[in-house]
Design a protein around this ligand. Structure first.
Ligand code: PLP
Ligand code: LYS
Length: 418
């Protein structure tokens, strides 16, 4: 189900015409749908019903307070990779006791803050990190709950930049080393071993790599049990893909069903860290055509969004769907390169798109809710795009995000959640 639909030829975000949002807040502008976020999280929750679980939304995908606030109210936990993300979760009303902390380079001060906040688990990525965490925990006088992030050496069959579970990647530790790290962790007074973790990559479109990784983790769980080290949860990370072009990723329900079948009757709580599959289709980037420039080689549509606003096409050369926000069947179509004003030849949102465009038109880039604004920058001293959360027929500007934390808490109450 999409929450971005054409009604009478005009693109709407839930019940609001995007044209109205552009008039009110300007472009470029990220538009998020509250209902789409709730539905995507709900798909995970339904698939995991009856099973002890925790869904930790990966904050890096979209850390807008309005997004975190929405998900926190629906009961999500959070996967963070920095203390900045932790502060955002707390500011948005998220529960630190439902937070897992991933990342290869956690600093001691970040560990201390996370311990003080009382997070659920540190996902350790190296033997050296374990020693630092043990020291910090002792200094803070709080035992640190830990998982070891295992690098299962599984090919996620995705873009090499976002594949994380191969032995040549910097993430996690090998199965053999994990065994040693667990044995060392079990000896440390200020460390409490509670789980096991992996994350093999992002934008996975098949279930089999997840299941391969899960089998390797379960074998290790059994081996550890034999050594007297009992684990209570298994965190399979994030990574489930979405459809940008013609990909056919498994439905959340099918993915989770396969995981549950593999887990069998083991008394392990299941943890997931989905980012993209929650947020990607809950957001679009709206941009206005400033100029048309036609050369013998190319038709360029110069728009007011650029690679600093949406980096994915330039960085990974990925295809994201771009459509005119006004469906003008009569308009003549041509092949256009959609490019921004940044001084880089690699500054494009899409190339060779069959579109009908005119100066002043609004274009929408779909699937931009994940790794869109979150990866944006001020390159070329460009201001960041506005962010607007749509809730039915209500709009909420999510721009000065920090200052809006309290406002969001007041404004966005779901019925029965006061
Ligand atoms: C440790 C970890 N967990 C979760 C995620 C979220 O992944 P995705 O957005 O593909 O679900 C990532 C990013 O790939 C990650 O590095
Ligand atoms: N930034 C990537 C995903 C990174 C995943 C982070 N571990 C993307 O846009 O596809």
């Amino acid at each position: 189900m999409s929450c971005f639909n054409y009604i009478d030829g005009e693109l709407h975000a839930e019940a609001v015409p995007v044209r109205r949002i552009a008039e009110q807040y300007g472009t470029p502008c990220y538009i998020y749908s509250r209902r789409a976020l709730e539905t995507a999280l709900g798909d995970y929750q339904s698939a995991l019903a009856g099973c002890d679980h925790l869904i930790c939304y990966a904050v890096k995908a979209n850390s807008s307070l309005a997004v975190l606030d929405t998900l926190a109210r629906c009961g999500a936990g959070f996967d963070i990779v920095s203390v900045g993300e932790l502060e955002r979760v707390i500011a948005a009303g998220g529960d630190p006791a439902r937070v897992v902390f991933s990342g290869v380079g956690k600093r001691a001060d970040e560990m201390a803050r996370a311990l003080e906040a009382g997070i659920a688990c540190f996902n350790l990525e190296s033997a050296a990190e374990l020693e630092v965490l043990a020291r910090v925990a002792e200094q803070c006088g709080r035992r640190a709950p830990v998982s070891v992030r295992v690098n299962p050496d599984v090919d996620a069959k995705t873009h090499p930049y976002i594949s994380t579970g191969l032995k040549e990647n910097k993430f996690g530790v090998s199965v053999d080393e994990a065994l040693r790290v667990y044995q060392r962790a079990a000896e440390l007074e200020w460390i409490e071993v509670i789980g096991i973790d992996c994350h093999i990559g992002s934008q996975l479109t098949q279930v089999s790599p997840f299941i391969d990784a899960l089998r390797r983790l379960l074998a290790l769980v059994d081996q550890l049990a034999g050594l007297g080290i009992t684990l209570h949860h298994l965190d399979l990370g994030g990574g489930l893909g979405v459809r940008y072009a013609d990909e056919t990723p498994p439905a959340v329900a099918d993915y989770i069903a396969a995981v549950r079948a593999e887990l069998g009757e083991r008394p392990l709580k299941l943890v997931f860290e989905p980012g993209r599959s929650i947020a990607a289709n809950a957001g679009i980037l709206l941009t206005r055509v400033e100029y048309l420039k036609q050369t013998p080689e190319h038709n360029f549509a110069l728009v007011d969004a650029a690679m600093n606003d949406l980096l994915r096409p330039s960085l990974y050369q990925v295809w994201m769907d771009i459509r005119n926000a006004s469906e003008d069947e009569a308009g003549e179509r041509a092949s256009w390169d959609i490019v921004g004003p940044v001084c880089e030849t690699g500054d494009f949102l899409g190339k060779q798109r069959e579109l009908s465009v005119a100066t002043g038109d609004l274009l929408a880039v779909f699937g931009a809710g994940a790794y869109g604004f979150a990866m944006s920058s001020n390159y070329n001293t460009r201001p960041r795009a506005a962010e607007v959360m749509v809730d039915g027929n209500q709009l909420h500007l999510a721009r000065e995000r920090e200052q809006l934390a309290d406002l969001l808490r007041g404004e966005h109450r779901l019925p029965g959640q006061d």
